[in-house]
Design a protein around this ligand. Structure first.
Ligand code: SAH
Length: 362
């Protein structure tokens, strides 16, 4: 029988695991803290619990690990980590330094089934959902590296590979674990879930009573354009998506972020900007303009700096709150699953298949 992975369990679940073993509940709290606050990798390190208790727990539970397969620092100070999973899959996470602290961008799935045309994660298709432990472990492994410098991860963004609301249960579970104040202590308000627009997931999340920040990948101001780049729009078109976002804002009191990646000549004209303003008028909204990371291919090119400025000016005139992500911004890099792509491609080459003939330069 496989052991339960403690890194995927909430405090209550660790407590009941311990109770089921006939041990007192407070020992569960101690284990939880050893795993998530003191971040030990072995039961032998839990110095305030009796040895007999530790070995009892170890018979049924383990502390999962993710192995760092590769690591790449960018000139902007971000570090991308490629983690190896037990079944040979790999997932990517990115550590991003900000003025206010460190954020980690995590993946929620190996691959993705949403097939957005401009996104690198779409190219290899969907492999599987990550477990809650595989999600929290991305943060734990990075935090463990930072512990040496006494630095804390203060935000987590679900903006890596995968569609978090397509792996709802495990993502929710991971958020509960991450936000426990006695563990990693990353409060719900410091967690962002980015979605391509899975309406039932948005509504469900609105009812969880967690003040998680919702970020919606909009990328087009009307259904016709959105249909062309995001297949999910055919299932959940704008007239369903936007009211769901409004509901989210109403129930959580949190402003929704709309991501808008500027694609040269496709969605980046002043007219598109005016349309977008009309769409968001009166909504509790903030727009994030993102320069395309062209590595993903998909036949699109990044908009010119002038187009970005003009687009932003149009939104400004209409009073839409917005930010323009800095050129090659860290989260843009993070979003694209490039390290994972490389890993997948290398795997393909190893088994003697032809590497992808994508449009990816370099
Ligand atoms: N599936 C989720 C989260 C992962 S993508 C979602 O769709 O939101 C995180 C963000 O990166 C999304 O806004 C996504 O649209 C954006 N993104 C994907 N590919 C990109 C690219 N090539 N350049 C810039 N942003 C990209």
């Amino acid at each position: 029988m496989s052991k339960t992975d403690l890194r995927g369990l909430s405090r209550e679940q660790v407590r009941s695991l311990v109770l089921d073993l006939g041990e007192p509940a407070f020992r569960g709290d101690q284990v939880f803290e050893w795993v998530f606050a003191k971040r030990v990798s072995g039961f032998d390190r839990m110095s305030n619990v009796p040895k007999s208790f530790a070995s009892h727990v170890e018979r049924v539970a383990e502390i999962g690990r993710l192995e760092i397969q590769s690591e790449r620092k960018s000139s902007e100070g971000t570090t991308k980590y490629l983690f190896a999973l037990r079944d040979g899959q790999a997932v990517e996470s990115v550590l991003i330094p900000h003025r206010y602290g460190m954020s980690v961008c995590v993946s929620s799935q190996a691959g993705c089934r949403m097939a957005c045309r401009f996104c690198a994660s779409a190219e290899g298709g969907f492999v599987r959902n990550l477990t809650a432990s595989e999600i929290t472990s991305q943060v734990l492994e990075i935090q463990a590296l930072l512990d040496v410098h006494d630095v804390r991860v203060s935000r987590v963004d679900f903006m890596g590979t995968g569609e978090p609301l397509d792996n709802y249960e495990n993502v929710l579970q991971a958020m509960k674990v991450l936000s426990d104040p006695g563990g990693l202590g990353i409060g719900a308000r410091k967690i962002t879930v980015s979605t391509c627009g899975i309406v039932p997931g948005i509504l469900r999340l609105a009812g969880e009573g967690m003040q998680v920040t919702l970020s919606v990948s909009l990328h087009a101001p009307d259904n016709a354009l959105r249909d062309m780049i995001m297949p999910v729009n055919k299932r959940y078109p704008l007239e369903e998506l936007l009211p769901a976002c409004d509901e989210y804002a109403k129930r959580t009191g949190r402003r929704v972020t709309y991501e808008y990646v500027l694609l040269l000549g496709f969605n980046d004209t002043a007219e598109h900007a005016r349309k977008l303003s009309r769409l968001l008028r009166g909504r509790l909204a903030h727009v994030n303009l993102i320069p395309l990371n062209p590595v993903a291919g998909g036949g699109f090119e990044r908009s010119s700096q002038q187009a970005v400025t003009a687009f932003s000016r149009e939104l400004g005139k209409a009073g839409v709150a917005q930010t323009v992500r800095r050129e090659m911004g860290a989260r843009v890099d993070a979003a694209c699953g490039q390290l994972r792509r490389r890993h997948v491609d290398a795997g393909r080459r190893q088994v003697g298949k032809r590497p992808d003939q994508g449009t990816e330069p370099g």
